[in-house]
Design a protein around this ligand. Structure first.
Ligand code: HDD
Length: 707
């Protein structure tokens, strides 16, 4: 007899239950399995809904005999397992998603007929997926890479997918080069490595022969390529799109996401170490903050302009390697996106979500950007292959959810048809059924654009300047950020084995600016800087810097969303740790205690200080700022632990603000920490204030060579 779900009888331990059921006798009547450790468990069932009476043993002919082919429980279980994987995305394979909503705060009525942008206060459900581009699904989060920022809006008029990145420009101008770009950056096809890295010959070979990528390279080599958190990343629609109003008039639009927590990045050496310490650094951060109720939030802002404005630039607004600086065309904030729910099942939702650039709603339209035009095909195509057929939009995460947008059309059948469309009529025009769906011309919002020209494979002359905005971006960075760009080029090119490729990249950089090329050449140990690569259009040097393109120039002083790591040992003052924790929490930070043993340490007054991490499991790279709450004896003991010494020396090298008790000196000395503005002793308030201001950038020249 099987126990009912509501039977409260408790079986002592899982192990005991398993043992009694797996060794020496048949389960058959083993209803106890439904209740373990006080829980009430429903019966396990097959895909066909049949109760499974034994999930521990195959059906055998005799106790030690062969397994029987009629064991349908075993067959179903294993066959399903054998087919559990689908092809991973060819790009953006590694990603993480969450649900939430978009709320309109400023109406674009009159500019677009799209309902999502008309009535302020309208809340539209969203599914958002962040990703790296090059790495495979099982790679690590903190790679140097572009981050995908894809949002599916379940609007009341159907789904709109805004499939963007955390960088406002792109590597190439024409979609026909996308295959080459991705082939060059993914693992090399003969050897299958390196994964999740652009630092190898094929990428830089392609990049150095593709000067249009130069602007994007500046961005990827900047700290934007190693974000601190998905929550601290900007997002961009990149292309110029069109908004269309009821009169059929068009306004150009560029979309921007701005994180409430401000933009923040990692330090390269820190990112490398994070990838070992916690390959899931970004996904864990997103999951945990949503679980904790600290819902990540972004503003959605737009840049709106017309043809006359577009014509003023000497670059083309259809060229995705260019941006319009905010200082020339300010952002208008029109809403906010809040991610407030983690997925229930990673595969069902995050893996199966299918973003398609061609999914737009009335009032939002494409432009002739040749990159955007090419994307319109690729996304649907890849979903059909990834998700096994043309009905991928019937998977719940991809279904339209807006009230008033049921799926009604003449498409029928195909693999995995789940939502049966009713009736006899599956064609149009038809007369047999009065309620069969009909086209509705009022929803038309295709912009009536006049097209002229010869049919040609050509790159417009207006797409010809590849260096001016690359220089403008570099000039818009603070000195620290510029140093990081130079260091990133040096690191990446140091991994390139083919000398002529290395030299060609530097010679392309000389087209941006001779000093940039000289600095990179010096860092690579080149005897002289290679001459500039021949170019048709030289960089303009008169473009004004755009401070909005710098992360540091607009970094907010806040501890919100940041993590404080507090190192303790036997002899630590527990009360001090408690009050530091309370103060950090009040400022919106997370606080973790790192102890030599995960069970904690014994405080000066003999109490247990609970640990969140053991030293080896909680290296300082996982925290934005650190505090050493140590007695002198505790510090002396830790000075003999290489893990503790590295914990401190890394924090120092990664320019973290370090708060410390005076007792911690033996460990600080052993770790080579020297006093500076970012080392604060015995003053918790001053420490937290300094930590909120960010890293100790002035320390950098003391800990690494600036080329
Ligand atoms: Fe793409 C996925 C962003 C150009 C072809 N792309 C993909 C994703 C993002 C972007 C964020 C992951 C979506 C998700 O989370 O599932 N892609 C961009 C941006 C581009 C861009 C911002 C330029 C501005 N992409 C681009 C081109 C092509 C593709 C030019 C092909 C011609 N992209 C794909 C794809 C992917 C994809 C192969 C792989 C998985 C998928 O579509 O769903 O179709």
């Amino acid at each position: 007899m099987l126990k009912s779900d509501t039977d409260k009888k408790v079986t002592p331990t899982t192990a005991a239950v398993l043992e009694s059921n797996t060794i020496g006798h048949e389960v058959g009547d083993g209803g106890e399995l439904h209740q373990v450790a006080g829980g009430t468990h429903p019966a396990m069932r097959t895909q066909g809904g049949v109760i499974i009476h034994d999930d521990e043993n195959q059906l055998k002919a005799g106790e030690r005999g062969p397994s029987l082919a009629e064991d349908h429980f075993y067959l179903e279980k294993t066959q399903h397992f054998d087919h559990e994987r689908i092809p991973e995305r060819i790009v953006h394979a590694r990603g993480y998603g969450a649900r939430g909503y978009f709320e309109l705060t400023d109406s674009l009525a009159g500019i677009t007929k799209a309902k999502i942008f008309n009535e302020t206060g309208t809340k539209t459900p969203v599914f958002t997926r962040f990703s790296t581009v090059a790495g495979n699904m099982g790679s690590f989060d903190a790679a140097r890479d572009v981050r995908g920022f894809a949002v599916k809006f379940y609007t009341s008029e159907g789904n709109w997918d805004l499939v963007g990145n955390n960088i406002p420009v792109f590597f190439i101008q024409d979609a026909i080069k996308f295959t080459d770009l991705i082939h060059s950056v993914k693992q090399e096809p003969d050897r299958g490595f390196p994964q999740a890295a652009s630092a190898h010959d094929t990428f830089w070979d392609f990049a150095s022969l593709t000067p249009e990528s130069t602007h994007m390279l500046m961005w990827v080599m900047s700290d934007r390529g190693i974000p601190r958190s998905f929550r601290m990343m900007e997002g961009f629609g990149i292309h110029t799109f069109r908004l269309i109003n009821d009169a059929g008039e068009s306004t150009y639009v560029k979309f921007h996401w701005r994180p409430k927590l401000g933009t923040q990045s990692l330090i390269w050496d820190e990112a490398v170490k994070i990838n070992g310490a916690d390959p899931d650094f970004h996904r864990r951060d997103l999951w945990e903050s949503i679980e904790a109720g600290n819902f990540p939030e972004w503003e959605l802002a737009v840049q709106l302009f017309d043809q006359a404005f577009a014509d003023k630039f000497d670059f083309d607004i259809l060229d995705s390697t260019k941006l319009i600086p905010e200082e020339i065309l300010p952002l208008r904030v029109i809403g906010r996106m809040v991610l407030d729910r983690n997925v229930d099942n990673y595969f069902a939702e995050t893996e199966q979500v299918a973003f398609c650039v061609r999914d737009v709603v009335p009032g939002i339209d494409f432009t002739n950007d040749p990159l955007l035009q090419g994307r319109i095909l690729s996304y649907v195509d890849t979903q059909i292959s990834r998700l096994g057929g043309p009905n991928y939009k019937q998977i719940p995460v991809n279904q339209p959810k807006g009230i008033g947008c049921p799926v009604l059309n003449m498409q029928r059948d195909g693999a995995h048809t789940i939502a049966p469309q009713k009736g006899r009529v599956s064609y149009s025009p038809s007369s047999l059924e009065v309620d069969s769906p009909r086209q509705d011309p009022s929803a038309n919002s295709t912009f009536h654009e006049t097209m002229t020209g010869d049919k040609r494979r050509v790159r417009a002359e207006s797409f010809g300047d590849h260096f001016s905005q690359a220089l403008q971006f570099f000039n818009s960075q603070t000195e620290t950020e510029q140093n990081h760009i130079i260091a990133a080029f040096i690191f990446e090119l140091s991994k390139v084995e083919t000398l002529p490729v290395r030299e060609r990249v530097v010679s392309q950089l000389a087209n941006v600016d001779q000093t940039i090329a000289d600095r990179v050449a010096a860092g690579l140990g080149m005897k002289s800087t290679p001459a500039a690569f021949p170019t048709g259009v030289a960089a303009r040097t008169d473009l004004k810097p755009s401070p909005a393109l710098s992360i540091l120039a607009k970094a907010p002083a806040t501890l919100k969303g940041r993590k404080v790591g507090c190192l303790v040992a036997d002899g630590t003052d527990l009360e001090m740790v408690k009050s530091l924790k309370a103060a950090a929490k009040r400022l919106g930070a997370d606080f973790a205690v790192i102890a030599p043993k995960v069970g904690g340490a014994t405080s000066a007054d003999g109490k247990t200080i609970e640990g969140d991490f053991q030293l080896a499991g909680g290296p300082s790279v996982l925290f934005d700022t650190v505090f050493l709450a140590l007695s002198e004896d505790g510090a002396k003991a830790l000075a003999k632990e290489s893990g503790a010494v590295a914990w401190v020396s890394d924090a120092f090298a990664h320019l973290k603000v370090i708060g410390t008790t005076a007792g911690a000196q033996p460990l600080l000395t052993r770790a080579g920490v020297t006093p500076d503005a970012g080392l604060i002793t015995d003053d918790a308030d001053a420490y937290l204030k300094a930590a909120a201001a960010g890293r100790t950038w002035d320390r950098e020249p003391n800990v690494r060579t600036i080329y």
